[in-house]
Design a binder for this molecule. Structure first.
Ligand code: ZN
Length: 222
């Protein structure tokens, strides 16, 4: 069989139901596989394995669809910090035990988790949602910097801690924030090295994260 007629299904959500090889005789199964294979990290092979598992019987498929349905209805984003939550504002933003003067800037809501798991951080967060990437057309106006500056005032933030990935995009965003905060009466710090270069913050172990936080460094804002 020539290459490209079978596994090359990456990204194809195909129109006509092809009769060429590599597809199931059931259009319904084929559609399920195609919906699964557009999920991050899944190719056709994994999508097929999951689809067959779901169809193999048992309660799992029904519980999964119910869980997806429930999550779609319940899960939202905190309007103040951008965290994933069911209550808006979220528990971190409203907690009296958290210091509103400390604001940790992260790229993704997932990046909050290692901090909360490690448990040493008593401030609050601000989720940017994405990082600046001029090459991919992600510019400053695409990020919630207005809301961020507003937050600095309403919470009388004393220290902004940059906890961004050490990728090119993370560095670009950190530099932008450095300039944005120039002249402001607050301390700007960033996590010390120790976070793997190009590594995703969300997958950094707790000890490394805590060390990087404790040794965070002041950032010049020229
Ligand atoms: Zn919040």
């Amino acid at each position: 069989m020539p290459r490209g007629t079978t596994g090359g299904a990456s990204g194809t959500t195909g129109g006509a139901y092809a009769t060429s090889g590599g597809e199931f005789q059931s259009p319904a199964l084929e559609q399920l596989v195609r919906h699964l294979q557009v999920l991050p990290g899944l190719g056709r092979k994994s999508a097929t394995r999951i689809a067959l598992h779901l169809l193999a019987g048992g309660e799992h498929a029904a519980r999964l669809t119910a869980a997806i349905d429930n999550a779609l209805r319940q899960v939202t984003r905190c309007r103040r910090c951008g965290a994933i939550t069911e209550a808006d504002p979220c528990a971190i933003c409203t907690s009296e035990a958290r210091d509103p003067g400390l604001l940790c800037v992260v790229a993704s809501p997932v990046d909050i988790l290692p901090f909360e798991k490690a448990g040493f951080y008593r401030g609050r967060y601000f989720v940017l949602g994405r990082l600046l990437s001029p090459l991919d057309g992600v510019r400053a106006e695409d990020l919630p910097f207005d809301r961020f500056l507003e937050r600095l005032d309403t919470d009388q933030v004393r220290e902004v801690i940059l906890a961004l990935d050490t990728s090119v995009e993370g560095e670009t965003t950190a530099l932008y924030l450095q300039r944005l905060l120039a002249g402001r009466e607050l301390r700007l710090t960033r996590l010390a090295t120790g976070i793997p270069v190009g590594g995703a913050l969300a997958y950094t172990d707790e000890a490394t994260l805590q060390r990087a936080f404790l040794h965070r460094q002041g950032v010049d804002r020229a």
